[in-house]
Write a protein that binds this ligand. Structure first.
Ligand SMILES: [Zn+2]
Length: 326
């Protein structure tokens, strides 16, 4: 990235690394769109020049509602709250798929509004608060001081800094570091923990009654967000998703995928990693990704290529290898 920020914050700046003008392509989002099985999807956004929000879901069971991932921006939180009041249920829990700020930043506000909420997630956030997020915050403060952050990205960067400063409030109340079956709000689910994948530990959820896997950032468009990833662990986690019996995948960013689409995405991801691990030109890897994942990239090609170039280089540089170690 041009500004040398760790890319999780620098995702806001991804558009700025692109030299040709990029049109604003708002990602599709829907307010509490029912997807069947007492489940609602609130689509995340990823407008050019801004940081993304991950997808959120609201599920309910006999004992109340719960939210999977709480987004980053206030606008996204408003959509979650409208969704909750739309079904007239009080949330009893938040489940965080992983600690990236586009999935957990809404936790404190939801907990303040609904004090009985219990947050479920892995303990990987502890290492992130003293590691990646701390480093990221330092780099962001320096970039702000140096005037290196474009004006349009300043509000997002400042708001992420405020979130990191309150990092302890993002931590789970109930730590889930190993796979297990569980009932949330009286609704049976299977929590699956992937080690060393998108982060040190990612939580994905298999809803057997719906044959639906809610996988967080194990699946994302327009590109896989490899900032804190161990590619090998990620590939292993995708094999586990493929073997889960799911017929439908809810990605962390992007539209719902029938299992056949997930297969296409999975192949494009494996090919991209293999290419970036190889010795050929990195442009070939980006081109392969753009072709393999074309159905989700649509008119976002310029930005997707810039990001695929960045992540291809990140994989090749071996800078990610540290994320594969305990
Ligand atoms: Zn995300």
């Amino acid at each position: 990235m041009r500004f040398g920020l760790p890319a999780l914050l620098a995702l806001a700046l991804a558009g700025c690394a692109v030299k040709s003008p990029v049109e604003i392509v708002p990602a599709p989002r829907a307010y509490a769109h029912g997807i069947g099985g007492a489940t609602f999807l609130i689509g995340g956004s990823f407008a050019t020049g801004r940081s993304p929000d991950g997808n959120s879901l609201i599920l309910y069971g006999p004992e109340g509602a719960f939210v999977i991932d709480s987004g980053r921006h206030a606008e996204h939180l408003t959509l979650i709250r409208q969704g909750l009041s739309g079904i007239g249920m009080t949330p009893v829990a938040i489940v965080n798929t992983h600690w990236h700020l586009d999935h957990v930043s809404g936790n404190p506000a939801l907990k303040a509004a609904f004090p009985d909420i219990k947050v479920y997630g892995t303990s990987a956030i502890d290492g992130a608060l003293t590691g990646f997020l701390a480093t990221s915050a330092e780099a962001s403060r320096k970039a702000l001081a140096d005037g290196a952050v474009p004006a349009s990205a300043i509000p997002d960067v400042e708001s992420d800094l405020a979130t990191i400063a309150r990092g302890a409030e993002l931590r789970p109340d109930v730590i889930v570091d190993e796979s297990r079956d569980i009932a949330i709000a009286g609704r049976p689910l299977s929590f699956r923990v992937a080690h060393h994948a998108v982060t040190g530990r990612d939580l994905w959820i298999y809803d057997a009654a719906e044959k639906r896997a809610i996988v967080g950032d194990l699946v994302t468009v327009p590109v896989p967000f490899l900032d804190t990833a161990c590619p090998e662990g990620w590939l292993k986690a995708l094999d586990e998703v493929a073997a889960s019996g799911a017929e439908q995948i809810i990605p962390g960013h992007g539209p719902i995928m029938p299992i056949a689409d997930f297969g296409i995405w999975h192949r494009a991801f494996s090919d991209f990693i293999a290419c970036a691990r190889g010795a050929g030109a990195l442009e070939t890897c980006s081109a392969g990704w753009l072709a393999g994942a074309a159905k989700w990239i649509d008119s976002d090609t310029v930005r997707a290529k810039a990001m695929a170039d960045y992540y291809g280089e990140l994989v090749r540089s071996k800078k990610l290898d540290g994320y594969c170690r305990v």
